[in-house]
Design a protein around this ligand. Structure first.
Ligand code: FAD
Length: 475
């Protein structure tokens, strides 16, 4: 059966020319979409997780799957995020609050408060088999459309725009120095302060100091062979962020694999049109489009009218873009009767949705095995989330490595994406993760069940956790 023979009706928000997603996946459904309970070595994917990380994951998933626990935790996180960093109840000043948050949610989702803590986490991730790490410097500004307020982490003293940019530039360059070849930097441009976010919101060019900072960061990444994922943030700033990222792709991705990736939020009704504009630019100006695809994380604060009405529409939009890129056929670009040639595209699929991830993985693999054209592919999940999916992908990509000797079969790399910064700097990020786990009820329950099954397995086996236990993820 050909892989696209199971395609369904195109959902209303997707332009007709974009190929239809495969869902449910035809030839692979029985074998490959199923949760992989054991590997070829007879180990379940979560066997790799050290005991400390397993217990912490059990705790956070227990909170996320119980509304009576999750509601007060979310309220406390939101309250703490609103407290100014100069206040004694700020998590960076109050030792008790700091200790409680640091040992629970912070450690579950973040890499470290200092370079040495962060380095240790990245080392531990690599020891577990990840191809590399994605690291973000946590400073950011979030705009809440409902209240019209923007929330940024500041130390309460700095007022000068250039000083904000300088602090962000230093923090981001320090982040790059923690990374090595095959790692990626995730860049939150709104962390550079009010001068930059004001320009983004007004549709103006950011200050010259910001351009200089961003180019210095890109140059340093290029030297260290570190790729850059520019994050998509609140809609209020997105037009400015996209404009700047497009310029960076034009400059740094010319005639080479993507150094810079732009992030496309599939939940936005406008994303297929934005992507089409960027494909035109890539084709005309001869650069590789770095396409990082996410569903979108600002559902709680962005204007609802801009976002697909249902989760099913968002899922269909995500799958259509992912699978279209893998077939090198998106809208009018590529395909058998292409009106426009498909430009060079490197694809990065960020997400925890097993159906989307595994369908894309199988489509890529089947095209490679059949000698059909496709694009370079990477996968990423967030640190502390969907570990079972990440380890399952790792087992599959490693297991298939020598599947077809003689064929240049480059398996996609699998990454974990982590934030570093003080607990206070990471609070907005932690709040988004809590909201996301609350909203993705089925996924959270599935994850919780898998974690409980792994804990049960270890108890029955006389509590024999990972052979690599000890320091791995137990920072
Ligand atoms: C490595 C990595 C990097 C990321 N970078 C970014 C980034 O730069 N910018 C960003 O915004 N997000 C980013 N995210 C977060 C991402 O957008 C999602 O919030 C998160 O991954 C959950 O979506 P999912 O595909 O994993 O899982 P799922 O559980 O399948 O989807 C949950 C998502 O579906 C969407 N959704 C839920 N309900 C509805 C509804 N009623 N209508 C419409 N849509 C709905 C929301 O986007 C929600 O987050 C990143 C995620 C990862 C793993």
């Amino acid at each position: 059966m050909p892989i696209n023979s199971t395609a369904r009706t195109i959902p209303r928000a997707i332009p007709r020319a974009i190929p239809q997603p495969i869902s449910p996946p035809g030839p692979f459904s029985a074998v490959h979409l199923r949760r992989q309970s054991t590997s070829s070595q007879g180990q379940p994917p979560l066997a790799v997780l050290p005991t400390g990380a397993l217990l912490r994951s059990l705790l956070t998933n227990c909170v996320a799957s119980k509304p009576w626990l999750q509601r007060p935790v979310l309220a406390v996180l939101a309250r703490l995020a609103a407290i100014d960093s100069g206040n004694w109840f700020s998590v960076d000043r109050n030792p008790l609050l700091h200790a409680v948050l640091k040992t629970t949610f912070y450690r579950q989702f973040c890499a470290g408060e200092t370079p040495s803590e962060t380095r240790e986490t990245l080392r531990a991730l690599k020891a577990m088999g990840f191809g590399g790490s994605i690291l973000t410097y946590a400073r950011e500004t979030v705009f809440d459309h409902r209240t019209g307020a923007q929330r940024a982490f500041t130390d309460g003293n700095r007022v000068d725009d250039d000083e904000h940019i300088a602090v962000w530039r230093r923090g981001t360059l320090d982040t790059v120095d923690l990374l090595g070849p095959n790692d990626l930097l995730a860049l939150k441009l709104t962390g550079a302060g009010p001068g930059v976010t004001g320009a983004f919101a007004a549709g103006e060019n950011p200050p010259a100091a910001m351009w200089a900072a961003v180019e210095a960061i890109c140059d340093r990444c290029e030297e260290r062979n570190v790729r850059i994922l520019v994050d998509a943030e609140s809609q209020h700033y997105q037009a400015g962020i996209q404009k700047m990222t497009l310029e960076l792709m034009r400059k740094y991705n010319r005639n080479r694999p993507a150094l810079v990736y732009n992030t496309y939020q599939a939940y936005l009704k406008a994303t297929p049109a934005t992507l089409a504009t960027h494909l035109v630019a890539a084709a005309q100006d001869g650069f590789t489009l770095g396409l990082k695809l996410v569903r979108g994380a600002y559902l709680a604060t962005d204007p609802r009218a801009l976002i697909h009405d249902t989760k099913a529409d968002t899922d269909a939009a995500y799958n259509a873009i992912a699978q279209g890129a893998l077939r090198r056929h998106l809208g009018d670009f590529g395909g058998d009767n292409a009106l426009k040639p498909f430009p060079a595209v490197d694809l990065f699929l960020a997400g925890h949705n097993r159906v989307s991830v595994m369908t894309a993985y199988e489509l890529h693999r089947s095209r490679r095995l059949a000698g059909l054209p496709t694009v370079r592919l990477g996968f990423a999940q967030l640190h502390g989330m969907s570990d079972e999916l990440s380890f399952d992908l790792l087992q599959r990509t490693r297991g298939n490595f020598n599947e077809k000797p003689g064929l240049d079969f480059q398996e996609p790399d699998v990454y974990k994406c982590s934030n570093w910064g003080t607990v206070g700097e990471c609070l907005a990020y932690l709040t988004r993760r809590a909201i996301e786990n609350r909203d993705a009820i089925t996924r959270t329950h599935d994850e919780y069940s898998a974690l409980k099954a792994e804990a049960r397995r270890r108890i029955l086996a006389g509590w024999q956790p990972s052979p690599r236990r000890g320091k791995v993820w137990d920072i």
